[in-house]
Structure formats: C-alpha cells, structure tokens
Write a protein that binds this ligand. Structure first.
Ligand code: DAH
Length: 338
C-alpha cells in the first residue's frame, strides 16, 4: 500500500505540473481529492491494512495529502498571477485616466474672500484679526456708540452671562488694532459677526463681514473714495459705477453708504454694498485712553474705515436668491461654483 501511495503521489504531481489552465487543474484536484477521488479510495483501503502497518500507511497518506494540497495551491497561484499580469499588459499606467476623479473645490464665500484679500493686498492692506467673543468696549463704547443705541439692545445682540458678547460687527478689530500698534495702520479684517436676527432669505444670525481701516497723517476722503472705487471696480468689473451716499455711522464722520451699478448685476440697478466714512475723532480719543502714548492724537492723524457683508457680496456675484444657501452646504449647489 505504501508503494501504491507513492506512485499515486508521483502521478498526481506530474498531472498538476502538466495542467495548462485553472480548469485543467480543477479536474486534477477533483480526480484526487473529490469524494470519489483516488485519495478517498485510499482512505477506504486503509480498512484492509493490518494493525501493524496501519500507522505507517496512515502517516504516508497524510503526507501525500498535504504535499499535493500545497502543490495544487501553488499552481493555482501561478494561474492567478498570470491572469493579472495579462490583464495589465497593454495598460500604460502613465496615461491620464479616462474618467474625472471628483476633487471638490472652494466654497463661493472662500473664493470671494480670497479675491478680496488679493485686491486689498495690492493696495498695501495687511490682514488683521480679533476674537468673535468681545466686550462692549470694543464693540460699542470705543466706537462712539452710545448706551441707548439700538445695536446694544438685548433683543439685537447675543450677550454672555458675564457681560461679554458675540461681536455684532468686525469694527471691533479697528479698536483692537489701534490699541496694539501705532500708525500708520492699513488693515482689513474679515470674520464672523452675530446678530439676533430672524433667519430668512437675507439674514443669518451668524454672517461674514470684512472691515477696513487706514490711519496715517493726512488720510483724506479722496483716499477713501479712490481705494473703495478701485476695489469695487476690480470686483464687479471696470464698467461699474460707484456712488457714495451720505449716511450715519457713530464711528465715522462724515459717513457714507456705497452703492454700485453695473449692467452685469441686478439689471443695472443701484445696489448697496458697504458702509464707510472718515474715522470720528471720538474713536481716536477712546483708543488714546487705552494707550500709553499719544500716537492716535486726532490732531495729528486721520483715517478712513469701511465695512461690508461678504455673504451679501457673494449673493450679488453669484445670483443666489437666498443667503441660507451659502450655509446649507448642498454639494449640488456648491459644485456649480468650482
Ligand atoms: N460696522 C458696520 C455694520 O456692521 C459697517 C461699517 C460701516 C463699518 C461704516 C465701518 C464703517 O468701518 O466705516 O453695518
């Protein structure tokens, strides 16, 4: 029986090496390992083997099984490898793909902010920053906003229990910048602002503003107009008309609202885009109370300031009808602006 096993093993090995493909190999496997296969028959044959011989024959049968199983797996592995490399031959991995991989893109607000920062950078404005949670001094008092101003009302502003608040505008950064650095100051400060507004198509409780401030000796209204006209023409196109309409802000005097008009936006109607003005001397005086020097003496420096809503500008530029669309993050909408 040992000799029989050996010749079965030799025969199987020959057939495994000779198998030309996976199907042929499977036939060999069934022939030896199948339920009616040669190895099963050998197992049956064990019954007839004498007690003395049985351990040796059993051991040999196991060895043959293990050995053949390993050979079958090896050969099958070879077929798989050949199939894979055949599938890859003729594929040039250095060629560009035939379908586009989705890559995502910048949110329209981020795109607008990047453009805005670029335009002001060209005019020498640096980026400045301040906290979203601020105090009444930076948000109101230092900005010449009296105690009875509606913006200070609890119904309009988010107050924290300790008396601090979520800034209602980025104008806070004007004060923080002047408190910490001497003139000349030429900054823009983009960031979030918060108001207790009912959320609707044109209002969000958290929105985005951009504040600007330029303070130096002899900064004039002509500088203000030139800077902002340039900015809005860069943004909306060189054919854009820019108008400064007298207005009131506590922290500037005189103050203006800026309207723009272009055939490309809202059928050429005037549309309000920003507030601005010459820094009120009272603001410089307030800053002076927090500084150890007289760097912001209103007799020696002048300045202009401006502020606008980035969400509003983004809506005008993209034609979006509802400001909430800017925060819903619906990919079907955002993908249109990549
Ligand atoms: N802070 C104003 C607002 O939230 C915007 C603004 C208007 C900022 C005039 C200014 C300015 O710096 O001069 O509506």
């Amino acid at each position: 029986m040992l000799a029989e096993l050996q010749s079965l093993s030799d025969q199987a090995q020959t057939e495994i090496s000779a198998a030309g493909d996976a199907a042929a190999l499977e036939a060999v496997r069934v022939k030896y390992f199948g339920r009616q296969g040669s190895l099963a028959q050998m197992g049956e044959g064990m019954k007839a083997v004498s007690k003395e011989e049985r351990p040796a024959v059993g051991k040999k049968l196991n060895e043959v099984r293990q050995n053949l199983t390993a050979l079958l797996e090896d050969r099958a592995g070879q077929f798989t490898a050949e199939r894979e490399s055949a599938a890859l031959s003729g594929v040039d991995l250095s060629l560009p793909g035939t379908f586009a991989v989705p890559t995502g893109g910048l949110h329209p607000l981020t795109q607008l902010l990047d453009r805005t920062v670029q335009i002001f950078r060209r005019m020498g404005f640096a980026l400045a920053d301040g906290p979203d949670i601020d105090d009444e001094w930076h948000c109101f008092d230092a900005l010449n906003t009296p105690a009875d101003h509606p913006a200070r009302n609890e119904q309009d502003t988010f107050y924290l229990p300790d008396g601090r608040l979520l800034r209602t505008h980025t104008s806070t950064v004007q004060i923080r910048t002047m408190e910490t650095q001497p003139p000349p100051v030429r900054i823009i400060a983009p960031g979030a602002a918060y108001r207790r507004d009912e959320v609707d198509a044109t209002h969000l409780a958290q929105f985005n503003q951009l504040e600007g401030l330029y303070v130096d000796a002899n900064v004039s209204l002509a500088d203000l107009k030139g800077t902002l006209e340039f900015f809005f023409r860069e943004l909306f196109g060189s054919g854009t008309a820019v108008r400064f309409r007298p207005h009131f802000f506590p922290f500037t005097e005189p103050s203006f609202e800026i309207d723009v008009k272009s055939v490309a936006i809202k059928n050429g109607a005037w549309i309000e885009v920003a507030g601005c003005g010459m820094v009120d001397p009272a603001v410089f005086e307030a800053v002076g109370t927090r500084r150890k020097d007289a760097a912001y003496d209103p007799e020696t420096v002048t300045g202009f300031a401006f502020g606008f809503g980035l969400d509003r500008l983004a809506m005008i530029l993209t034609g979006l009808p509802d400001v909430r669309m800017l925060v819903e993050n619906d990919v079907r909408l955002l993908a249109q602006f990549h």
